[in-house]
Design a protein around this ligand. Structure first.
Ligand SMILES: Nc1ncnc2c1ncn2[C@@H]1O[C@H](COP(=O)(O)OP(=O)(O)OP(=O)(O)O)[C@@H](O)[C@H]1O
Length: 222
């Protein structure tokens, strides 16, 4: 699921929500753990990861202040791309996911522009990966990814220069690459241009075009 829209339109606000008005994260993860609890005969293991894609670099947002930062790269896997070395922590309930999200939000790159005092300068991807074994012993794996995209911005309006301007150019380029990927998937093109940005490369799965509809993409427009 992607939150997409102009800078300052309320994407991060709607993803995070508040204590009296839960956002997309809370609602999604409450439902996920409710379903997991109901499947009493299944063995379900869930792990969470949070990354930001900043200036075409993948950054691990779950590192503590003393953890060693390493350069992360997207690698090709059989069922989808993955990032070797990325922190993935077991999560057993919504509170544990919320704790990961708090760490991620605190580590995310934010800056002030004319259009948003706390503008996200990166795409934030929150991923829950599940390994599930049904009562017959058959194993499945699955992932849900919620992406709070950095906002598209007109440089003249956001009034940015220097580093902020470079960030805005990268943000706009990667949003355009995401649009191209979604269009190619929707049209079931033989080639999907995943490699045109780190965002789309990170999110690449390996569904052949004829099976594209088994991978749900939801866009929230702001
Ligand atoms: N529905 C709302 N009610 C009250 N305040 C809101 C609402 N939506 C957004 N805001 C406020 O508007 C400001 C901008 O919102 P937010 O940071 O969520 O925008 P954004 O789309 O994520 O921007 P960017 O792409 O620049 O990161 C914030 O101060 C936020 O608290």
């Amino acid at each position: 699921m992607f939150a997409y829209g102009q800078t300052g339109s309320g994407k991060t606000f709607s993803m995070q929500g508040s204590s009296d008005n839960p956002g997309v994260y809370s609602r999604t993860f409450n439902e996920l753990f409710k379903v997991a609890r109901e499947r009493t005969a299944w063995k379900i293991e869930l792990k969470g990861a949070c990354v930001e894609i900043y200036n075409e670099e993948v950054r691990d947002l779950l590192l503590g202040p003393n953890d060693k930062k390493q350069k992360l790269q997207v690698r090709q896997g059989k069922e989808g791309n993955y990032v070797p070395g990325l922190t993935m922590l077991p999560v057993n309930n919504v509170q544990e996911v919320e704790s990961l999200l708090n760490t991620a939000q605190a580590n995310r790159t934010v800056a002030s522009t004319d259009m948003n005092l706390h503008s996200s300068r990166s795409h934030l991807a929150v991923q829950i990966l599940g390994t599930m074994t049904n009562p017959e012993g058959k194993q499945f794996s699955s992932a849900i990814t919620l992406v709070d995209l950095a906002g598209s911005e007109r440089l003249a309006k956001s009034g940015v220069s220097g580093d902020r301007q470079k960030e805005a150019i990268k943000i706009n380029q990667s949003l355009s690459a995401l649009g191209d990927v979604i269009a190619a998937r929707a049209q079931k093109n033989a080639h999907t241009p995943y490699r045109n940005s780190v965002l789309t490369h990170f999110l690449q799965d390996w569904a052949p075009p004829e099976l594209a509809n088994i991978y749900d993409i939801h866009m929230l427009f702001f």
